[in-house]
Ligand binder design. Structure first.
Ligand code: UT7
Length: 332
């Protein structure tokens, strides 16, 4: 028997209808389309509107579509992992709520918190359950309702984020496709540059924390930018070198979509021409755990069986990493 690998055998994503444009933002804070396009590369982001709708609403739409598209019965799913930093509630896990709403009754599920690298961390965790033979059908969801923790009076952060979700099905294969290698890193000392100050056990919600606007993303942009540019490019280059991959071997870089300048720098470092770098930041902004599956979903029809993809991300924590995979199916 050959080595069992975990392969992505289906992808689906979901974004809400409402488009928050740069023009609308420029009427809320002192910013402009020109600044946002030049410094970040975002035109619009999707926002989930509706009382009581949280990240599970995004996630369940992605998961239901995935199950339908892949002809998978909810009863067959054995594990669902939801990467998110914007859970519906502190507890229970949003993964459990998604499973319930999608009719997934025979699975265990849990949330995974690794911010913008969340999808990579969850994908590798799910892959380990497949490779070990413990599970045969695993759903990985990356979902974030970033609008719920974005301060729309702060021009340094409010243009950056959007809402969205993507989900993939992981199944075992003995063919030469699927997840081939991974590098995942954390550096907890990076917490001071990118975090949410209140609402956790260290600083529970109070009148004071609400008045001080501490329930929103706090980011020291320039510091995070410096770490992101070097870490994402380094880790993507490292996974190429250790797998003896040349730029011409790679079909696509699938980068986390936080800033077009970070994406471009990573592609350049890997020696890739722009057409080999997946980019959709213009349409969705930074959807945190959802950016990578949203890219795969947008480009799915261009992907062929055996295509080599390098996934790379950097985010709060700090967390960063890269996954090398061979795409497992032709366009349908
Ligand atoms: O996904 C998780 C990881 N996060 C990231 O990877 C984000 C990393 N950081 C970044 O992408 C960038 O640092 C930002 C996009 C957040 C900011 O871009 P920047 O080029 O680093 O801008 P800056 O913070 O250095 O600000 C430059 C200027 C400042 O004005 P002064 O001091 O030069 O007069 C800001 O006040 O731009 C000003 N500015 C704005 N102007 C118009 C900041 N935000 C805005 C805005 N509109 N929205």
């Amino acid at each position: 028997m050959g080595k069992i690998r975990a392969a992505i055998t289906g992808i689906h994503a979901w974004v809400p209808e409402y488009r928050l444009t740069n023009f609308e933002l420029s009427r809320m804070v002192d910013t402009s389309d020109e600044w946002i396009m030049q410094r970040v590369g975002i035109k619009e982001r999707r926002i989930l509107k509706g009382e009581g709708l949280g990240t599970s609403e995004l996630g369940v739409n992605a998961v239901k579509g995935l199950l339908e598209k892949t002809g998978t019965s909810p009863a067959e799913v054995e594990l669902l992992i939801c990467a998110t930093i914007t859970p519906d509630m502190m507890f229970p896990a949003t993964a459990n709520i998604i499973s319930d709403k999608a009719g997934i009754k025979n699975a265990f599920s849990f949330d995974l918190s690794a911010a913008c690298s969340g999808f990579l961390f969850a994908l590798q965790t799910g892959a380990a359950y497949i490779e070990s033979g413990l599970c045969r059908k695993v759903v990985i969801v990356g979902a974030d309702k970033m609008s719920s923790i974005t301060d729309y009076t702060d021009r340094t952060t409010c243009p950056l984020f959007g809402d969205g979700a993507g989900a993939v099905l992981l199944e075992p294969t003995e063919e030469e496709v699927g997840i081939m290698d991974h590098i995942l890193n954390v550096d907890g000392s990076g917490c001071r540059y990118l975090h949410m100050k209140a609402g956790g056990s260290a600083r529970p919600a109070s009148h004071e924390t609400v008045e001080a606007r501490e329930h929103f993303v706090y980011q020291e942009g320039q510091a995070v930018f410096k770490f992101a540019v070097s870490s994402m490019a380094d880790v993507a280059a490292e996974i190429m070198v250790r797998n003896n991959l040349k730029p011409e071997d790679i079909a696509y870089l699938v980068p986390h979509q936080a800033n077009l300048r970070i994406i471009d720098a990573t592609g350049r470092r890997m020696g890739l021409p722009p057409e080999k770098v997946m980019v959709n930041i213009e349409n969705y902004g930074n959807t945190t755990a959802a950016t990578i599956p949203l890219c795969l979903w947008d480009y799915e029809k261009k992907l062929k069986k055996g295509d080599i993809l390098i996934l790379a991300a950097f985010g709060g924590g700090f967390t960063w990493g890269s996954i090398y995979l061979k795409w497992a199916y032709d366009p349908q």
